[in-house]
Design a binder for this molecule. Structure first.
Ligand SMILES: [Fe+2]
Ligand SMILES: [Fe+2]
Length: 305
């Protein structure tokens, strides 16, 4: 029997908090990466290689896509991955603040607290890596619009335990699924695959930490806390999913923004990509009862149900 399943039996389904944290700290000590030295920042980009697999572009398969030149399609994927990085930075900054608030109430001698600090350090390196990469790609400052920026400010201030870790799990999972595809595709730009690999390895620990903490936090809530958490989580999911691609990416490659936004919104391939990225986390939240009530409408509008 694995360590995890023995723990799960002892603690009624959720592995022991300290034991999980100690395991995550051990893996962090062995497999953590410094992008400043791991990545060859001066290596030139290959002119003929895509930045994300073409089938995951928001315009893939549309009439607009068919009219675009190969060069323009490659440039679009470059700007799309920069936009995904900017959503990564936006949410990592939110998560760092929420983790700081979480650890404020933890015993400073616990492995659980030490892992929270370790994760914050990981996220600091990730945001620096994403920012430098977007700069290397010559991408303008992408990211959520003013309203979502302000909603993020509110969320990182008022989130409870379920929302901190449920929200983290959602954003980490969808980026993780897309980055696993980038990592595996040998035809892509080597630097994108390297960034994806570093992020995937370190995020696997974050996802585990968030998943188990969600399982501990959610049952502690009463009916009101649950209704509140379901609705706010749905709002986070809606904002994060609908802002994955900043409309400015279309202008950057010389497309008509209104036409491209409409084409992406109606694109069944892009909808399928979002559902594919969210499928695992949606199954987890569904089983837990976190997707229900009036907020379910937002999950549907986000296109991930
Ligand atoms: Fe990260
Ligand atoms: Fe993370």
């Amino acid at each position: 029997m694995s360590v995890t399943s023995a723990n799960e039996l002892r603690t009624g389904g959720v592995p022991d908090r300290e034991e999980t944290a100690r395991r995550l700290l051990r893996t962090s000590a062995k497999h953590s990466y410094d992008p400043a030295t791991e990545i060859d920042w001066d290596a030139p980009l290959a002119p003929d290689r895509y930045f994300i697999p073409a089938r995951y572009s928001s315009l893939y398969g549309t009439a607009l896509w068919n009219r675009m030149s190969e060069e323009q399609r490659i440039a679009l994927t470059k700007h799309e991955v920069a936009s995904l990085y900017s959503v990564g930075i936006w949410f990592e900054t939110i998560l760092m603040q929420m983790l700081i608030r979480h650890v404020y109430d933890c015993s400073s001698g616990s492995a659980h607290a030490r892992y929270a600090w370790t994760e914050i350090a990981d996220e600091c390196r990730h945001s620096v890596m994403f920012s430098r990469m977007a700069e290397k790609f010559g991408a303008p400052a992408y990211g959520p619009d003013w309203l979502v920026h302000q909603l993020g400010r509110l969320f990182k201030t008022i989130s409870n335990g379920t929302l901190t870790f449920g929200g983290a799990m959602y954003v980490e999972e969808i980026l993780d699924v897309l980055q696993r595809e980038q990592m595996a595709d040998e035809s892509l730009q080597p630097v994108v695959r390297k960034v994806a690999r570093i992020h995937v390895i370190e995020e696997a620990r974050h996802i585990r930490y968030a998943r188990e903490e969600t399982l501990r936090q959610w049952p502690r809530l009463g009916p009101l806390g649950r209704a509140y958490s379901r609705f706010i989580l749905a709002a986070v999911v809606y904002c994060a999913t609908t802002r994955l691609i900043d409309p400015k990416v279309y202008a950057a490659v010389g497309l008509d923004v209104a036409e491209a936004v409409a084409a992406a919104a109606a694109n069944p391939h892009w909808r399928q990509t979002k559902r594919f990225a969210a499928r695992k986390v949606v199954a987890f939240f569904t089983e837990l009862g976190l997707i229900a009530g009036p907020g379910k409408f937002l999950w549907r509008r986000a296109g991930v149900l």
